[in-house]
Write a protein that binds this ligand. Sequence first.
Ligand SMILES: Nc1ncnc2c1ncn2[C@@H]1O[C@H](COP(=O)(O)OP(=O)(O)OP(=O)(O)O)[C@@H](O)[C@H]1O
Length: 242
Amino acid sequence: MLRLENVYFSYESKNYILEDISLEFKKGLKIAILGRNGCGKTTLMLLCSGILKPKKGKIFIDDLEVKNPRLLKKHVGIVFQNPDTQLLAAKVYQDISFGLFNLGFGKDIVKKKVEEIIKRLGIEHLKNKPTQFLSYGQKRLVSIADILVMEPEYIFLDEPEAYLDYKSFLKVQEIISELPKEGKSVIISTHDSDFAFEWADYIYVIDNKTVALHGTPDYVFSQLEDLQKIGLKIPLIKRLEV
Ligand SMILES: Nc1ncnc2c1ncn2[C@@H]1O[C@H](COP(=O)(O)OP(=O)(O)OP(=O)(O)O)[C@@H](O)[C@H]1O
């Protein structure tokens, strides 16, 4: 389990962007972080992946307090919203294999793992393409492959639907629904209430710098007064029930 306990964070000033955040991501679950633009979803993901460090509070992995963010990097993978911040190598195959070579895997194992993930994402046709000539949607799929190939236990996807067409998003949706069955946690950030309702096992709503609401989708989307205050859309299915 990945757990945050009373975490505070600010970028440059004393004004906290996130305050007193306590939450937990259990293994094998599909979790959505839901909130309006600018509420701090990406910041929260960057804290969970060890890219940013809390100003106050603690982070635990399986009850071990994380003192060095490097520990988080071993367990957590994050797919950024903008794929340009993720792609490093000149060609797609090189890009997806980069992290594995860095970890010291041999050429044959790397080839096997990369081929598997390329197939799983249906991007065999991109394998030998230069990354700079890919469309944004294609870059997004490659950046997802970059992370999945590393097989992290906790996979964060910042707005998974960004840049993807319907068919590509369906493929990603299928994969992020399968991974929890393999014991991984998939945590997405979104402002799409319909998708969060349909996909997630558990939802954290961020508002006013902290966790405003959390629980199963049925519970969260039954809190109509709170949702209205926060300014989140009620999923279509729930609106039809009212
Ligand atoms: N590097 C930075 N330096 C200073 N402020 C930042 C930085 N990155 C983000 N912020 C600010 O922190 C707040 C939270 O931003 P964040 O990107 O985490 O929100 P978000 O919920 O992911 O937004 P969105 O849904 O639009 O992607 C915003 O007010 C943003 O302007």
